[in-house]
Design a protein around this ligand. Structure first.
Ligand code: ADP
Ligand code: MG
Length: 237
């Protein structure tokens, strides 16, 4: 569904992505992990067309995204930090988003319901806690029933119950054949959801393997231990 070919991106003199090759199909959860500043957000913003790579190509359903931005209607995006018009009320925000996408006739409002956002429709975005803003971002990402979900640190800032709800939603989306790309630094959570793990380190893909491969190759049951082992092996070569 999505393929990237030798993506390179520098911010000023700082090389952030140094040639990222990937290929993602539907029906799976891909976890992009790596230390802070390793380029996770930059990578997903390239896929979204919000950051333009210096070199390389990105294909969505085999079409180069540079030629046609319409692919974005198939992606639901939850930003790491959502920025919304301060004075807009939650209800107005959802109404506006629906108006912008009139071609969609059916909406997935499950998260709006489970997160009880309707009871807060009259609240202005600027008055919301970080956790509520994240719930709004999550509900927006799923609203149009997109075939690709790109979620940047989706559970950061959510309370445990709200985090559990979005995890269930992610697994359901995968079962429906959608592609879900998640960045995360919480290993237990990655372990629960991811089929494959792409580890970004200093602008390169350090490894890109399935969870099963990682566990088999290292003989470790716990993902954090398995990754520590891979890191040790690679630095000793
Ligand atoms: P991650 O999401 O893995 O924490 P980011 O992709 O946000 O990493 O950032 C990677 C690096 O690129 C960091 O050093 C960050 O400061 C830098 N960076 C990200 N966006 C910009 C930008 N718009 N302008 C300049 N530097 C940026
Ligand atoms: Mg980030």
């Amino acid at each position: 569904m999505i393929r990237t070919e030798k993506i390179e991106k520098k911010f000023g003199k700082l090389p952030v992505l140094k040639g990222i090759d990937t290929s993602f199909k539907g029906g799976q959860v891909v976890s992009v992990i790596g230390p802070n500043g390793s380029g996770k957000t930059t990578f997903i913003k390239c896929i979204l067309g919000m950051v333009v790579p210096d070199k390389g190509k990105i294909f969505f359903d085999k079409k180069d995204i540079r030629n046609d931005f319409s692919y974005r209607q198939y992606i639901g995006y939850m930003p790491q930090i959502g920025h919304y018009p301060e004075n807009m009320k939650i209800g107005q925000l959802f109404a506006m988003m629906k108006d912008l996408r009139q071609q969609s006739s059916s909406f997935d409002e499950e998260l709006i319901d489970i997160y009880s956002l309707k009871s807060m429709y009259a609240k202005a975005m600027r008055t919301l806690s970080g956790g509520t803003t994240q719930r709004v971002s999550a509900a927006l990402a799923f609203l149009f029933n997109p075939k690709v979900l790109i979620l940047d640190e989706p559970t950061a800032g959510l309370d445990p119950l709200a985090a559990e709800i979005i995890k269930e939603k992610i697994l359901k989306a995968k079962q429906d054949g959608k592609l879900v790309i998640i960045t995360s630094h919480i290993m237990s959570e990655v372990e629960e959801m991811a089929d494959s793990i792409m580890y970004l380190f200093e602008g390169n893909i350090y490894f890109n393997k399935t969870l099963v491969e990682i566990k088999n190759e290292t003989g470790e049951e716990k993902l954090n231990k398995a990754i520590a082992k891979i890191m040790k092996q690679q630095t000793h070569v």
